[in-house]
Design a protein around this ligand. Structure first.
Ligand SMILES: C[S@@+](CC[C@H](N)C(=O)[O-])C[C@H]1O[C@@H](n2cnc3c(N)ncnc32)[C@H](O)[C@@H]1O
Length: 286
């Protein structure tokens, strides 16, 4: 693209489309700078692991507002980077930012990466920054992605480790719970934490046609904003769903808890929380 095509979505991914193409996607698109900054400390890990060379064709899965697609396009030089995502509002930002920063070899497409008919063997590198853990059928998705890759092509995925290793999630959701039970996202169903178990990741990738992956643990701080007010708005956009059925008292306590938690993590550099991811690398088998 620059412009978006109509998505063709696997029926089981329609809930994800509804979320990312409407309210959630609109919020992410509006906060693009903050979101891109929030995981920036992981970008160097991911891009080095992607081993992009001049002339490569790179596929960025769940590219969102496209910061990693733009970086991949720069590294690919005379090659290309193609970002695919379910979210039209986020892709519009991605296309605008590529244009504004003079990145002419990044293209974007609204598509369900699980079922999109990519050109076979078209890509040298597959990368994703937290964008590949929402598939209803991850084996089908990675089988489809394997078809799009040339034999020997490189895979680099950044995915979250379990919630217990991610204080940004546990501390923020505990604050918002205000004494109620904090959410426990599934580790084996579409969620940010669906690739938290390296055994499961290995199973998915090898069944799909990739070599046994390496999962390197990486810990970086995750940025939530320059000040507590900005971080509060950001957290409520990302995790505020947790308060959807809270009564007024619970909501007030949750917001007090949240501010206390954010103040605890504030420094002159802004509000940051510890986080932990897996850097998953593999290759498409011949
Ligand atoms: C957590 S966001 C990450 C966005 C971006 N990679 C980043 O790091 O800022 C997850 C992204 O995956 C996308 N996504 C979820 N399911 C998808 C699917 N089946 N096909 C393509 N993209 C998908 C969402 O629309 C969303 O933009």
């Amino acid at each position: 693209m620059t412009g978006t095509d109509t998505a063709w979505v696997a029926p089981a991914n329609e809930d994800q489309l509804r979320a990312w193409d409407t309210a959630e996607g609109v919020f992410w698109a509006g906060q693009a700078e903050l979101f891109e900054h929030s995981l920036q400390r992981y970008d160097d890990w991911l891009l080095r692991a992607a081993e992009i060379r001049d002339g490569d064709h790179v596929l960025d899965v769940g590219c969102g507002t496209g910061s990693t697609t733009r970086a991949a396009a720069w590294l690919a030089g005379s090659g290309t980077a193609h970002g695919v995502d379910l979210s039209s509002p986020m892709l519009m930002v991605a296309a605008r930012r590529a244009r504004d920063t003079g990145v002419g070899n990044a293209t974007y497409l609204q598509a369900d990466a699980q079922v999109h008919p990519f050109e076979p063997a078209a890509y040298d590198v597959l990368l994703s920054r937290t964008g590949c853990t929402f598939f209803a059928d991850p084996v089908a998705a990675f089988t489809n992605l394997a078809r799009a890759m040339r034999p020997g092509g490189q895979v680099a995925l950044l995915v979250w480790q379990a919630p217990s290793q991610n204080p940004w999630f546990t501390e923020l959701t505990t604050a918002l719970a205000a004494g109620r039970v904090a959410p426990a996202p599934p580790l084996d169903a579409p969620s940010p934490f669906a690739f938290a178990d390296p055994m499961r990741v290995a199973d998915i990738l090898t069944t799909a046609g990739f070599a046994t992956p390496e999962c390197e643990p990486v810990k970086e701080s995750m940025y939530w904003g320059p000040d507590v007010h900005t971080a509060e708005r950001f957290v409520l956009g990302v995790l505020g769903q947790q308060l959807s059925d809270a009564d007024a008292d619970t909501r007030a306590r949750a917001l007090t808890n949240l501010r206390r938690t954010l103040v605890k993590h504030y420094s002159p550099g802004g509000v940051s929380f510890p986080s932990a991811a897996w850097l998953v690398t593999s290759r498409k088998t011949a």
